[in-house]
Design a protein around this ligand. Structure first.
Ligand code: HEC
Ligand code: HEC
Ligand code: HEC
Length: 130
């Protein structure tokens, strides 16, 4: 009789905690790069190397905003000497036009919610493409 109680308890714990230990494994985001603009690129490169972008894109965006608004600088020269227009909408989101599959998926996973889109225009995406 006691054994069944244990089995019941174990089953109960597994069922109740399942969402927690399965969520991490199942939904790890893989930012999608299959946008028209990125497909056109000869070299599939971001404004800076991928590892840098992964870790530092929020800081880079802050720098861009400050450069544009405080100093009036609208040109960013990257670590390879290549020039980009300082613009969230016309530069970042032109390549990453799949905001939901790219920015949002990663942010949902990390539990961050940038407020930028209160003011900045997000790219138009097909409905249902979540
Ligand atoms: C309260 C409204 C508001 C919010 C919220 C906001 N911005 Fe802006 N942002 C502006 C305005 C207005 C400009 C100036 C546009 C111009 O002069 O071209 C600007 C300019 C910028 C620029 C430089 C120019 C450009 O066209 O992109 C960057 C980069 C930028 N913001 C990034 C961000 C990021 C990243 C966030 C979120 C963390 C954010 N902003 C949140 C209003 C906002
Ligand atoms: C010219 C097109 C282009 C522009 C402009 C661009 N990106 Fe990227 N981005 C890419 C490509 C291509 C990759 C993949 C790079 C790689 O795999 O080496 C990437 C990678 C990234 C990554 C890393 C994704 C991962 O899998 O970890 C982030 C974050 C990112 N970009 C954010 C931004 C932000 C923010 C901006 C604007 C400041 C921006 N990108 C501008 C094309 C672009
Ligand atoms: C590889 C995953 C990944 C991708 C792709 C990604 N982000 Fe992020 N982003 C993060 C993480 C993680 C944080 C939180 C970092 C922290 O708090 O230190 C973050 C934070 C931010 C912040 C600061 C938000 C805040 O409240 O502090 C902004 C702005 C931002 N991301 C913009 C973007 C934009 C725009 C894109 C798409 C072009 C993008 N990110 C794509 C992972 C990603």
């Amino acid at each position: 009789m006691k054994r069944y109680v244990y089995i019941g308890i174990v089953a109960f714990i597994v069922i109740v905690t399942y969402p927690f230990w399965s969520a991490g494994k199942a939904k790890k985001p893989e930012p999608k790069l299959d946008t028209p603009e990125i497909q056109k690129l000869v070299e599939k490169k971001c404004v800076e190397p991928k590892e840098f972008m992964k870790r530092e894109h929020m800081k880079l965006l802050n720098q861009w905003r400050d450069a544009a608004l405080r100093d009036g600088t609208r040109v960013y020269v990257n670590s390879e000497g290549k020039e980009f227009t300082v613009s969230l909408q016309n530069t970042c989101m032109k390549c990453h036009s799949n905001k939901k599959k790219f920015c949002d998926e990663c942010h949902n996973y990390a539990g961050v919610k940038p407020y930028c889109w209160d003011c900045h225009i997000a790219p138009k995406e097909e409905e249902g493409q979540i």
